[in-house]
Design a binder for this molecule. Structure first.
Ligand code: SAH
Length: 253
């Protein structure tokens, strides 16, 4: 089959409470050619109900990675997609399931990506959505938007499978232009926030929204590792300069 491999895609379930959903997700993945399941703090796992619902996809459960936090789950990925039952377009860029499948395939050409699914009752938190570059929405009827977790995985896995069958392998960017992994971006955002706070630019009330906007801006630019290092170098020099100014101010007191 000429198509694109889905091997670099991690399906990440954030704090699933029902083991049956983990099994159903594993089965949905296996039939659509996805392999990498990551579970963040599952309430029960391993569990007989997960195994029963996996029915034929136990190997996906056996090789599933259990992580304590999102940072560990996303390490090494350069792009993160988050699924949401609610329409939150105002604050995050979003795509429907079909569009997202095509975009994910293009991104896989540049390395590992992750697709996040939220908790059965409450979905993903805003802080978790902030870690996603794109929100993915499965179009539904007007009056009710929320699919069962296992079924949401099924719909996305199906779209990815169809897109992968029809998309030729994507060329990778040259190594120096590969987008930086998410852990480098997080390091940069933490540093940027620190400097913006110290400078007085970031005020508590607006800080979350402002950082969200800045994330969007840098996400669009897709900086390489090298470029992130340059940005951090700039921040470090600003910090040194601010410390020097502080010292001078104190000396003149
Ligand atoms: N009440 C929650 C619904 C959680 S459903 C909320 O409002 O977010 C559990 C998970 O299934 C969601 O976090 C999401 O990952 C996925 N899901 C359910 N319905 C979806 C939809 N219409 N589009 C995209 N993902 C969906």
């Amino acid at each position: 089959m000429i198509g694109t491999s889905l091997q670099g895609l991690r399906i990440v379930l954030v704090e699933p409470s029902h083991p049956g959903n983990i099994g159903a997700a594993a089965r949905a993945m296996k039939v659509m050619g996805l392999r990498h399941l990551v579970l963040i703090n599952p309430r029960f796992f391993p569990d007989p109900e997960a195994t029963a619902l996996a029915s034929g996809a136990e190997d996906i459960l056996d090789t599933a990675r259990v992580c304590a936090d999102l940072d560990t789950a996303l390490q090494g990925c350069h792009k993160v997609y988050g699924t949401s039952a609610r329409d939150r377009r105002i604050q995050w860029p979003s795509s429907n399931a079909r569009e997202a499948a095509g975009e994910i395939l293009a991104d896989l050409g540049n390395g590992d990506c992750a697709l996040l699914f939220g908790r059965e009752r409450t979905g993903l938190t805003n802080a978790e959505l902030d870690r996603c570059q794109v929100l993915v929405h499965i179009p539904t009827a007007e009056e009710y938007h929320s699919l069962n977790l296992g079924q949401a995985v099924q719909v996305l896995a199906y779209e990815l499978h169809i897109a992968a069958r029809t998309t030729p392998p994507q060329p990778a960017a040259p190594p120096e232009e590969q987008p930086a992994p998410v852990e480098d971006m997080e390091g940069f955002y933490g540093h940027l926030q620190h400097v913006l706070r110290r400078s007085g630019f970031l005020q508590d009330l607006r800080a979350t929204r402002m950082m969200r906007r800045l994330r969007r801006l840098f996400d669009r630019a897709r900086p390489s590792r090298n470029e992130v290092n340059i940005l951090r170098g700039i921040l470090t020099e600003i910090e040194r300069w601010a410390a020097k100014v502080d010292r001078k101010d104190q000396d003149s007191l």
